[in-house]
Design a protein around this ligand. Structure first.
Ligand SMILES: Cc1cc2nc3c(=O)[nH]c(=O)nc-3n(C[C@H](O)[C@H](O)[C@H](O)COP(=O)(O)OP(=O)(O)OC[C@H]3O[C@@H](n4cnc5c(N)ncnc54)[C@H](O)[C@@H]3O)c2cc1C
Ligand SMILES: NC(=O)C1=CN([C@@H]2O[C@H](COP(=O)(O)OP(=O)(O)OC[C@H]3O[C@@H](n4cnc5c(N)ncnc54)[C@H](O)[C@@H]3O)[C@@H](O)[C@H]2O)C=CC1
Length: 500
């Protein structure tokens, strides 16, 4: 491959998602004279706009899908190559794209993102949602559907069950409570009534730039219904490749074939046993497959013994890092979750190769209050820090792990509530060595504080609590809070004044 090199760049970044684009921006601003290439499979790039540092570690921003020319105009030394990398040879420092071109690099950063970890591959009735194309396919299939089954209990499932109208949703979760990747059973209990309530009108909700697509008890159950008439319009361009993100569903119509009602039925503590089509059902001995009445294109048998028919299944069961084209013939160390292992300078195990965002796994010794989650904010932070590391290395300057990796922090929205997560918000890694303080006002706020050895190590804030900055400080400064006891969450005390 080496002798076919068309050009050698000082820096090559693979992937036009948030991690890759932020890395490009950082490198270009630190070393404007450097020859730099962004190689990306998708036709558009994702750029961070309206970035706002909310507090020391909390950040908010919008994301815009942009033509790559915007980036090239901003950084004259940047070349954007729209093709997928199909192979990499770290020895000769070269890579080949699917259109047959070979490029060399001095330093490479892999930001290839992740792909949905589907329940099963190649089943046309099982969909995952990752990028604009898959969201569009979901929307198209939903518009003809009367019932779908959503499997998974993380971010995508939480968003879908709340947003989908005009279609019955059966939501199968492995756990005892909803939203296990983001919060505990108490918070789940606080949020559940929202599934019964009407959604606020759309216009009042939209805060960010939207993604747009073209219109086209073990075994226990719970059912929630709500009427809603809000309608949304969907127009605009399509793209393939980068992950969706905050508010992706606000620009598209998530409506099934029926009118009016949202109906979510929850199946707790169960997994998918098998998925079979109506033809397979007819061939099966009656005792094995016993779905409820009705005729459906596909049936799902759950481990709680129930079988449901539906139009299709959404597998919202996490992501796997997109490492495939980079591994063959190279010696990348992989983490247990399949991500490219990176050290505290975002370097992989191969020389001159860095990685950032969903594709990598942070393998340095983490700060006691930080953990990796494959989130938009972390993709931006990693892309930014990797750009700084790459620049520091070529300039022979020292660089230390960035402060953003001191404390895990995430702002998002579920069921139309603001949700802030800080530190070890679910007592992650603490075993039994922690206590919880909880304050909850139905329909208004849920505040949970995780204390270990009398010090605050994490928090979940749902609703407009206005506590995030104070709690962030208390976690960062590790003040002994023993003497304050439950007063810490006394709603009659202005906690900010308390700690001044
Ligand atoms: C439906 C959905 C909702 C989400 N909501 C939120 C949210 O509310 N908040 C939040 O924080 N996070 C959210 N996330 C997660 C967030 O979007 C991702 O963590 C983040 O975008 C990852 O960014 P990335 O740059 O690492 O990867 P990606 O955005 O996946 O970008 C990867 C890039 O690499 C390119 N690529 C891949 N393979 C190759 C190759 N071989 N050659 C060349 N280019 C290649 C792709 O085209 C793409 O441009 C959501 C994710 C999804 C799917
Ligand atoms: N508001 C936010 O911050 C949002 C973030 N995201 C991010 O996007 C990415 C993709 O989202 P998700 O697919 O929801 O991933 P996720 O990692 O958030 O959740 C995956 C869920 O699937 C469950 N699961 C895994 N395998 C399963 C199986 N075989 N059967 C049943 N359940 C299984 C897990 O227990 C977990 O509840 C994640 O990185 C997520 O953090 C997505 C939507 C919103």
């Amino acid at each position: 491959m080496a002798d076919r090199k068309e050009k050698t760049f000082r820096f090559v970044i693979v992937g036009g998602g948030i991690a890759g684009v932020t890395c490009v921006e950082q490198l270009s601003s630190q070393i404007p004279s450097a020859d730099l290439a962004l190689i990306t499979a998708g036709p558009h790039i994702k750029a961070v706009t309206n970035y706002k540092q909310v507090s020391k570690t909390l950040e908010e921003f919008d994301v815009e899908e942009q033509p790559s020319s915007v980036l090239e105009e901003k950084f004259p030394n940047l070349t954007v190559i729209h093709s997928a990398v199909k192979s990499l040879d770290t020895q000769s420092h070269s890579l080949e794209t699917t259109d047959g071109r070979v490029f060399g690099y001095e330093k490479l950063c892999i930001c290839g993102g992740g792909r949905p970890k589907l329940l099963t591959q190649d089943n046309p009735y099982v969909l995952g949602i990752r990028d604009t194309d898959s969201a569009q396919e979901f929307q198209k299939r939903l518009s003809k559907a009367k019932r779908i089954i959503v499997v998974g209990n993380g971010g995508i499932a939480l968003e879908l069950v709340y947003e989908v109208d005009g279609c019955e949703v059966i939501w199968a979760v492995k756990d005892k409570a909803i939203g296990n990747t983001f919060f505990d059973a108490g918070a789940a209990q606080f949020l559940i009534p929202s599934l019964e309530a009407d959604k606020p009108e759309r216009a009042a909700l939209c805060k960010r730039t939207r993604y747009t697509t073209e219109e086209p008890a073990p075994g226990g159950s719970q059912t929630f219904t709500a009427d809603r008439n809000a309608r949304r319009q969907g127009t605009g361009p399509t793209e393939a490749g980068s992950a969706l993100g905050p508010d992706w569903h606000e620009g598209i119509v998530l409506r099934g074939a029926e009118q009016g009602t949202r109906r979510v039925s929850l199946e707790y503590q169960c997994e998918v046993e098998q998925i079979f089509t109506s033809e397979e059902l007819l061939k099966s001995p009656q005792q094995t497959l016993r779905p409820e009445n009705g005729s459906w294109p596909v049936y799902v048998q759950l481990t709680n013994g129930k079988t449901f028919g539906c139009d299709f299944v959404v597998s919202a069961t996490g992501v796997v890092p997109n490492t495939e084209p980079f591994l063959h013939g190279n010696n990348f160390a992989l983490a247990d979750d399949g991500g490219l292992q990176v050290d505290d300078h975002m370097m992989t195990s191969e020389p001159d190769v860095y990685a950032a965002g969903d594709v990598c796994t942070a393998c340095w010794e983490h700060s006691p209050m930080w953990q990796q989650m494959r989130l938009w904010t972390q993709a931006r932070q990693m892309g930014w820090y990797t750009g700084r590391c790459m620049a520091a290395h070529v300039l022979s300057e020292p660089i230390e792990l960035d402060f953003c990796f001191e404390l895990f922090s995430h702002i998002t929205k579920f069921f139309n509530y603001k949700v802030v997560l800080l530190g070890k918000f679910n007592g992650q890694g603490l075993g039994l060595d922690y206590e919880l303080l909880i304050r909850c006002t139905k329909g208004q706020e849920y505040v949970k504080v995780v204390l270990s050895g009398g010090r605050m190590v994490g928090a979940v804030l749902i609703g407009d609590t206005d506590l995030e900055e104070t709690f962030e400080n208390l976690i960062l400064n590790q003040m002994d809070l023993t003497r304050y006891g439950e007063e810490l969450l006394n709603p009659n005390i202005d906690i900010e004044d308390y700690f001044d």
